[in-house]
Design a protein around this ligand. Sequence first.
Ligand SMILES: NC(=O)c1ccc[n+]([C@@H]2O[C@H](COP(=O)([O-])OP(=O)(O)OC[C@H]3O[C@@H](n4cnc5c(N)ncnc54)[C@H](OP(=O)(O)O)[C@@H]3O)[C@@H](O)[C@H]2O)c1
Length: 315
Amino acid sequence: MSEITLLGYGNQGKAWAKNLRDSGWIVKVSGRPESEGGTSQREAASDGFATIDFHALRSDTSPLACLVPDECIPEIYAAILGPGVDRAPRPFLFAHGFSVVYGGMEFHDGDDVILCAPKGVGVMLRRLYTEGSGVMAVLGVEQDASGNAWDTALAVGKGLGCDRVGIIDSSFAEETNADLLSEQAILCGGLPRILDRSVKFLVRKGVHPKLATFECLNEMKLIVDMMVERGVYGMFRDVSNTAKFGGLRAADYLLPDLETDARLEGLWQDIVDGKFAKEFFEEKDNGFPRSQLGMERYRDHIADQNLNLLKKNED
Ligand SMILES: NC(=O)c1ccc[n+]([C@@H]2O[C@H](COP(=O)([O-])OP(=O)(O)OC[C@H]3O[C@@H](n4cnc5c(N)ncnc54)[C@H](OP(=O)(O)O)[C@@H]3O)[C@@H](O)[C@H]2O)c1
């Protein structure tokens, strides 16, 4: 039976712990001491997991999955396990490559440094596992001191249930840069922004907020589901001629190819030059003021308020 230690019991930590345990792994959970604000050990213990003291991680030799926020990983690693700390070599696993690629982390020569990045939030990782499915995972190896790093990556990916849907063989840099670009350009950048502007615009033009929300948000999910199922071309084949013609015409107006490519190039350069990472670590050190300000745009959003209305109507 395989053993693993998880540092952090949050979004990913809870799903990793439960999926791996159900797949036959022996799981221990660690986290900051309660005196420093940590909750992982207490929560994991109440869910029936063995726990391991934060500072005892130095003498533990099981593979260690670093499941704390990306911006905290380099600091925590340096303090407890990093260069200069007297400890045995061990495999380290990461659910996203950011801290390794941009966090300046230095490992011992004998460590394995492994990426096992499930492409889904923890809640879905757990829910789909219990339903007999899973989310896909991106695996990679940065340092293979044992010669078994890839096998460890695969075993963990399998234990999480990710092999049920798909494993992509990649690298820390490729996963990190692709993940950052897609979340900045589309998932958490472009999509919420175009949704926000469009819903507010329609409401200003007198459209009922409930209808504006349905047209812009609920229908977005239906279209995305169609694209995932049938492909982008397949989606266009199945929408009305009006939607097809109007959509293609509007895309040229809103997001012309050359300008869009130039903007993507700008985002990409900020990512690969480390400019984004530098700003992000500064943002963390300052207490996330820019993130909080940016979130204000979406506070009490018309769409959020009208989603509840839609749910009530569905009932
Ligand atoms: N969100 C997702 O579902 C998701 C999806 C794919 C990949 N990932 C990756 O998974 C990793 C973990 O992300 P997550 O979303 O699971 O983390 P998270 O839920 O935000 O935090 C996990 C744990 O980190 C500790 N923690 C929180 N804030 C901290 C701080 N300021 N300093 C030190 N420790 C802190 C807490 O444990 P203690 O209180 O015990 O210290 C917490 O339980 C990241 O690499 C992330 O990119 C996440």
